[in-house]
Design a protein around this ligand. Structure first.
Ligand code: ADP
Ligand code: ASP
Ligand code: MG
Length: 449
């Protein structure tokens, strides 16, 4: 039996949290493989430094040393502390020299630096496990054999090569009942450089590890009780969802439920590996089970999520609907720009696309390449939010949309774009960002039981 356990930043944010997480790992003698994020605040600090140039290198290094060494001194004892300190210093020296000599505008360098926090947290967690009597080894993604392809910040794991890599790195450790603690967030590119999976990407790393080891279960340990009916930071009365299916969890993660990185579900779904979301601060709680099937419930909505910072781009061109090649060219230009489209809606003479706010500039640049006579007008509406509402048979229930849009009206929001029927499990629509929180709260209050 192999269980992959992933611990997020807050689950290794303090000495107390490290110890609690180590005890969760050590509570079972079976095959355990751990994937860990950087300590909370560390990745943000590294990303900030990248944005401002190398002026604050000394401050960042001091911050990292203090943050990690204070935990180490509290939790790791005697000889182990000595060897931890030696390994930690070696890693810190490498980081310091990278930070002082690196090319700050190189995207590969950015991926290298932003993923450094995981190298420290994984080393620490392996040593804490050893200190409480469970044999453990820290592995970087390079050592574990996690291979990735794609652009910096947007990596995708190569599952075939990773399975092969882990056959020689991780499996032998499992046979000896040693717990590998692997860095989350990044893989190794074809030229050996760190390639990150996007912010929050350690969940995806863990799903990839579970897939490649044919694990029996993936456990995502975080700071809330499970997958909740809404982000508890927005809706304090959100309730824990006991059971979800893969499709629901994937849609919600894609449309803003930050509890899972949007790409976490697919690698485990492919191999029918159940995924649990659990609270590392309250390990006795049941958490959420995400798998293929689930019992049906009767409430209209089970969960609402939102994705903010979006823009609607509307392209007007006469009778565009009768010129399919024109629509194809527009989509082609957006693809050339490498931009993700969250929803598309068409009418006789317009195509409306929903994209991230920061992608507007590059999208317009690419659309402007189209012949000016082909396009009458391009309009941009910024600061929009997509609401994703998930419920059982939502699309088959007569009157469900009317009820939902009635509640949106009650919240005083105007619906700017609707995407209904594209997914079997959700109803998605766009409102101005300034109204999104009210809409989420109203929907939750009225329809989530
Ligand atoms: P970790 O560091 O463990 O990866 P994250 O901060 O990435 O944790 O994700 C957990 C957070 O996700 C929660 O603290 C919560 O605010 C947020 N969140 C958003 N939507 C949901 C949801 N539907 N259920 C649970 N948490 C959610
Ligand atoms: N440490 C990375 C981040 O903050 C990855 C993760 O936590 O999942 O984005
Ligand atoms: Mg996360």
């Amino acid at each position: 039996m192999i269980t992959v356990l992933k611990f997020g930043g807050t689950s290794v944010g303090t000495a107390e949290a490290f110890l609690r997480s180590a005890k969760i790992i050590a509570s079972d003698d079976g095959g355990r493989v751990v994937v860990v994020s950087a300590m909370t605040g560390v990745t943000n600090r590294l990303v900030q430094l990248l944005d401002t140039g190398n002026a604050g290198v000394d401050e960042v290094v001091t911050f990292l040393v203090e943050k990690h060494m204070s935990v180490a001194k509290e939790l790791i004892s005697g000889k182990l502390l000595k060897s931890f300190t030696a390994e930690f210093n070696e890693r810190m020296d490498t980081l310091r020299s990278l930070l002082t000599t690196g090319a700050y505008d190189d995207p590969c360098f950015k991926d290298n630096i932003s993923s450094q926090g995981e190298r420290f947290s994984s080393l620490m967690l392996a040593y804490v496990l050893r200190s409480i009597g469970r044999e453990s080894v820290a592995l970087t993604s390079e050592e574990a054999g996690i291979y990735a392809t794609g652009d910096p910040g947007l990596g995708t794991a190569d599952l075939r090569m990773t399975a092969e890599g882990m056959r020689t790195s991780v499996r032998p450790l499992l046979l000896r009942n040693i717990v590998p603690v692997i860095t989350g967030f990044y893989g190794r590119s074809s030229d050996g450089k760190p390639l990150t999976f996007g912010r929050g990407g350690s969940d995806y790393s863990a799903a990839v590890v579970a897939n490649c080891l044919d694990a029996d279960c993936l456990e995502i340990w975080t700071d809330v009780d499970g997958f909740m009916s809404a982000d508890p930071r927005m809706v304090p009365e959100a309730i824990m969802i006991e059971e979800m299916n893969f499709g629901e969890a994937a849609e919600l993660a894609y449309f803003g439920a930050k509890v899972l990185h949007p790409r976490t579900v697919e690698p485990v779904r492919m191999k029918h590996i159940p995924l649990k979301v659990k609270n590392s601060f309250k390990p006795e709680n049941q958490g959420t089970l995400i798998h293929h099937l689930r019992a049906r419930k009767n409430e209209l909505l089970r969960c609402v999520a939102m994705k903010a910072d979006l823009s609607i781009i509307t392209i007007s061109s006469s009778e565009i609907a009768y010129r399919p090649r024109m629509v194809a060219r527009i989509i082609d230009k957006i693809a050339d720009a490498g931009v993700t489209v969250y929803a598309i809606s068409t009418s006789l003479s317009t195509v409306a696309l929903l994209i991230n706010n920061p992608d507007v500039k590059i999208t317009l640049k690419h659309l402007n390449i189209l012949a000016p006579d082909d396009i009458e007008r391009i309009e941009v509406k910024s600061n929009m939010a997509m609401i994703c509402a998930v419920g059982d048979d939502l699309l088959q229930r007569c009157g469900a949309s009317a009820e939902i849009f009635g509640a949106v009206h009650e919240a005083g929001a105007n619906v700017e774009l609707i995407s209904e029927g594209a997914s079997e499990v959700s109803l998605n629509f766009v409102v101005p960002s300034s109204m999104a929180l009210d809409v989420i709260r109203t929907l939750h209050r009225k329809f989530v039981k």
